[in-house]
Design a protein around this ligand. Sequence first.
Ligand code: ZN
Ligand code: ZN
Length: 220
Amino acid sequence: MLCDFHTHTSLSDGVLSPIELIRRAVVNSYDAIALTDHAGPGTMERIIRETVTACALARSHWNILAIPGIELTHLPPQSIDDAARQAKEAGAWLVIVHGETIVEPVEKGTNLAALHSSHVDILAHPGLLTLEEAQQAASRGIFLEISARHGHCLTNGHVAALAQKAGAQLLLNSDTHSESDLLTTSLANAIIKGSGLDAAACHQVRHVNPQPLIQKLHSH
Ligand SMILES: [Zn+2]
Ligand SMILES: [Zn+2]
């Protein structure tokens, strides 16, 4: 099973159109792909509308679960819960928050604000995650991300170790911006192993953790 819950298209800073990205994912043998363009209040309504349309078209003709989502990016932490709620109301099935990666000046407090919102599904690239944040993710059922993206991936080992300590659930996502970023099975396994997880944890991340999320998304 190959799932990827974090990708970008030409609706934000990705290269491919939404339908072309999904087509490439089908050819790469993906089972599920979420389109999660960067957005915030003022831009997310248009992006979600176009993403919903492309994903519905793909699902009706191709054997892939194409999931319309959004990545709330560089918002003031106090605005994240409201923005996440608005994104769901606008039709997003999945809300990701652009976490405190060490390679961008994401405002401190973003990780915790995301983990306190009941409308957020995944905290992406959480950087120097704290134990308190990992415990919050575990108790709220919010997924933490192992990232295949250069820069964001630098703290994968730290994130994986704290998630295991706190019992938080991990997902591997590509954070694709162009077609060469899409995952393959062998790359996915190698990145998870490279974050310090053993074979059992690797199986958990790739094959067990996506299941409840996919079930929840299927209810749309
Ligand atoms: Zn981006
Ligand atoms: Zn991001």
